[in-house]
Design a protein. Structure first.
Length: 88
């Protein structure tokens, strides 16, 4: 399977760049991040946004899955092609 264009934004401090690449529009990405509380009205990272920005794409996916299920993060494995974390 071919790598998607967002595979190059997998590391730390790439939250904004990765979302822009995923949705294809900077204004839409900024709107999503503001709605989630990751950016303030001025477009600066909030405390929550800074914490998420320090995570890799893998860590964010595992964190989302863990929070949703209530199960420990160690129960999950990450698939970079789908950007999803699933139970081991």
């Amino acid at each position: 399977m071919a790598k998607t264009h967002t595979q190059k934004f997998m590391g730390r401090n790439q939250l904004v760049k990765r979302l822009i690449a995923q949705v294809g529009d900077a204004n839409l990405a900024y709107g999503i991040l503001k709605k989630r509380g990751d950016l303030d009205a001025s477009g600066n990272l909030t405390a929550k946004g800074r914490a998420r920005n320090q995570m890799t794409a893998e860590e964010r996916a595992i964190d989302r899955a863990s929070q949703e299920s209530g199960k420990p993060a160690s129960y999950y494995t990450y698939d970079p092609t789908t950007n999803r974390a699933t139970l081991r």
